[in-house]
Design a binder for this molecule. Structure first.
Ligand code: 13P
Length: 253
């Protein structure tokens, strides 16, 4: 059985550490006693220590939104895996479509980052997904397969067991337009098949594959009803404590 994982990607928000503290505290209090689900928050780097303090003694875990693959040196503006570990992170997002599209991150860079995260014990949440143009031309699965295969080349067998994949169709991010449960299920099952080929059936069956892209309280239940959807990577709705908590508590009422 795969434990569902709900992760909140705060992106470049909220504006202040005070707001981050309040939001994290609300998530902590709304998840007390939660069983059989994992919750992860990915705040901006400069808010990691604030959020780490707020989630002490809770089941909420921390993720970085990005990392660089070198551990130290003259790399102005970058953050390393060991720095994230030192700040209390267990996970890190890698290859988010905003990084790929806005910051020009290549499959090569994504693979190096996944490898570097693994080397310091961080579990990558590897993000993949097609653009609307690629979906409309029938290339979605081809694009995703390439991103998954190329993203894993630096990963050890042990690292594969820690890896989480997030399917985030670019056309669904921040648009209010979600993939239908059928569309999500089809891609998730395809990703699991790729993992079966790259690794093994055992690894494929135990790997969590999250859906991301306009996940809201109103659509989480049907998405989580898909057999291969093992959780969600939530952007906008993770900034509203009530919405995020409803998503975490999917299918409970
Ligand atoms: P939204 O939930 O705002 O669409 O963002 C999804 C996302 O990019 C999470 O990483």
């Amino acid at each position: 059985m795969r434990t569902p994982l709900i992760a909140g990607n705060w992106k470049l928000q909220p504006p202040t550490r005070a707001e981050a503290r309040v939001l994290a505290a609300a998530v902590v209090s709304g998840t007390r006693g939660l069983a059989g689900r994992e919750v992860v928050l990915a705040p901006p780097f400069v808010m990691l220590t604030t959020v780490a303090d707020a989630v002490v003694d809770s089941l909420v875990r921390l993720a970085g939104q990005n990392l660089y693959w070198e551990n130290s040196g003259a790399f102005t503006g970058e953050i390393s895996g060991p720095m994230l570990v030192d700040t209390g992170c267990q996970h890190v997002l890698v290859g988010h479509s905003e990084r790929r599209q806005i910051f020009g991150e290549t499959d090569y860079a994504v693979a190096k980052k996944v490898g570097a995260a693994d080397a310091c014990g961080l579990g990558s949440i590897l993000c993949v997904g097609e653009t609307l143009e690629q979906r409309d031309s029938g290339d979605a699965m081809l694009v995703i397969e390439k991103q998954v295969r190329r993203g894993l080349v630096e990963l050890t067998t042990e690292g594969l067991s820690r890896l989480v994949i997030a399917y985030e169709p670019v056309w669904a991010i921040g648009t209010g337009r979600t993939a239908s449960p059928d569309q999500a299920q089809q891609v998730h099952a395809g990703i699991r098949e790729i993992i079966r080929e790259v690794a093994s059936s055992e690894v494929a069956e135990s790997m969590r594959i999250l859906y991301g892209g306009s996940v809201k309280p109103g659509n989480i239940d049907e998405l989580m009803a898909c057999p291969d959807v093992d959780g969600a990577l939530v952007g906008g709705a993770s900034l509203q404590a009530d919405d995020f908590l409803r998503i975490i508590h999917f299918q409970e009422s």
